[in-house]
Design a protein around this ligand. Sequence first.
Ligand SMILES: [Zn+2]
Length: 401
Amino acid sequence: MTKSYSNVYEELYTYAKTLPVINTHSHHMTSIDQTYNLDTILRSSYVNWCGVSFGDTSESRRQFLEIVRFNSYFVWLEKGIMDIYDLDEPITEENWEKVSDIINKANQNDKYHLKILKERCRYEKILLDAYWNPGSNNNSDLFARVFRTDMFFHGYSSGLTDHNSNSPEKYIGSGIKDIDEYIARMRDAITIKKNEGCIALKSAIAYERSLDFNEVPKEKAQYAMTCKKDDLTKDDIKAFGDYVFFNICRIAAELDLPMQCHVGLGRLKDTNPMQMWEVIHKNPDTRFVLFHGGYPWTDEVLGLAHNCRNVYPDICWLPLISTSAAEKMLIELIEVSTIDKICWGCDTWTSEESAGALLAMEHVLASALSKKIAEGYLSVDLAKAIIKNILYKNAKLIYNL
Ligand SMILES: [Zn+2]
């Protein structure tokens, strides 16, 4: 007798929960203070991106819940909270204070948030994108260091910083007016970070500018560094950034560091992953990890994954953004990509939302693969191998863990 869809789903879902997980992308908070509660979690979560505020009154909480209740961010965060704190009922304005107290009490132990990550989420390693201190591991071996490189786009003039207030001068010194020296010092800075334990580079420059990186002559980048500041145009600044990013990609290949790239949502404008076609093609030895499935441009990432051996699709954050989009994309990725490249990360700040993100991903895996099994595309055993690849094995190999 063949197993029903729901039996197969259950088998795969249960199997996923036996596996250790390597979480490829997180911004986990450095510490938890004693006031940590439901309000802290909500305000540090993607639910906050809905732009709906709440206050201390029962009525304001009711209105908030009524509006955000079916948003995917809220749904999975709530599931994460209910799972961790063994709650039987969804969050309501009536039980809000009680839930908040339970969370607050548990977190009086300032290591409780790490216990959730290690035990509940089964994370063996979490790649930490600490944009507040690039290359940090929050003083915990649970986290692997990732070095964010956005500050280097701002070296054409002194005193500039990236959107997280990181200055290139902190890493490569000040007063550099020669582009060759700038690139050489940038290379040294990245090498130092690698020697300190960084296992990947990260670009979140999509929060600042377009992703259409073009190969430009060195003279253009040099011009941006030496021309009169009043003469500097947007095109000059773009050319400088293009030249710098091509060099970061080259250095990533030389140092064998995967290049994690934020594509898609965020600033949204000009962040279509297809804009990276030129830089991906001209740097065949660089491993481009394209984040978030490129949402909403998942088809573009699928196309790039199909055509380019150096593209590594990572669906971090995607099951939280839209569970349906993640499931659809995963099915297509299995079909058009190879199974050694797909990874997942939570992309969250709190343990509760991370747990919710993992629940979402486990659901996406079980649901997508059950459908493929029902179609006769693959067997249950092979589906289990795919789950292990995506939650663990691929990241272990890609990041040399
Ligand atoms: Zn992120």
